[in-house]
Design a protein around this ligand. Structure first.
Ligand SMILES: [Zn+2]
Length: 245
């Protein structure tokens, strides 16, 4: 490499570095708590009980507002907070036929703040719709991941893998919640479809990738679709359907 191309590469790297710094300062990490509706600077005394890192732009788009105590950075220009009055988006009532046809813009925005197992998490919802609290346990509709305490070894191991899969995908991530016939189960957990920022349905991903059975004991909007995804996973011997395991 001659001197000139070295200089060009160096200049290019510097530009990249500057761009990265600009991006960081425009969209820094801020912190939310499990139950609050504000976002904070690191070190704020309201972060004593829980401290969940999140990008400023994400915090604002989910509906968190700046803390009045620690004076965190203001919402970036162009950030679009959710509307004031969110309604429950029930996919059965909306007549959504396929998981990918659902509209994330109508869903309840939340952040996964605690992981329980493959099909249950806790979420923080800064602007909950009527009938929903700011901090909720959510059981995913239409799926059942293997118990992590099952006596059979294979099943137990897949319970752990499913649990780890959900944790790695969802913990501290923004999600969009959609509902169905029943809002809650008998343990008072919210029953929801978990949508990701890219519009994909995490419940469907769990079944398709072989981390969960389609749970068909109670009716839900995508029952037939989830059955088909389970068949596909079984035929492809994915995850818990892999007989060699
Ligand atoms: Zn604060």
């Amino acid at each position: 490499m001659d001197k000139r191309s070295i200089r060009n590469v160096t200049a290019g790297l510097l530009l990249l570095f500057a761009a990265a710094i600009t991006a960081c300062s425009e969209d820094p990490l801020v912190y939310i708590t499990e139950t609050g509706g504000k976002y904070h600077q690191d070190g704020c005394r309201y972060l004593e009980r829980s401290r969940i890192p999140i990008l400023l732009s994400t915090a604002v788009s989910i509906g968190y507002e700046p803390c009045g105590h620690c004076d965190p950075p203001p919402p970036p220009s162009g950030a679009s907070p959710p509307g004031e009055s969110q309604e429950l988006y029930r996919l059965n009532a909306a007549g959504v036929e396929q998981p990918e046809e659902a509209d994330p813009a109508r869903m309840t925005r939340a952040v996964v703040v605690r992981h329980v197992d493959g099909d249950t998490v806790y979420v923080s919802i800064p602007r909950p719709p009527r009938g929903v609290k700011r901090y909720e346990s959510v059981r995913f509709i239409g799926v059942d991941t293997p118990e992590t305490v099952h006596p059979r070894k294979i099943v137990e191991r897949f319970g752990k893998e499913a649990s780890e899969f959900t944790r790695s995908y969802l913990l501290n991530q923004p999600v969009f919640l959609a509902f169905d016939w029943e809002l809650r189960d008998r343990y008072d957990r919210l029953l929801a479809y978990i949508y990701l920022a890219d519009g994909s349905c995490f419940n469907a991903i769990l079944v398709r990738e072989g981390y969960a059975h389609a749970y068909t004991r109670f009716p839900f909007q995508f029952l037939e679709q989830f059955r088909a995804l389970e068949r596909e996973a079984r035929e492809q011997a994915r995850g818990l359907w892999d007989s060699k395991e």
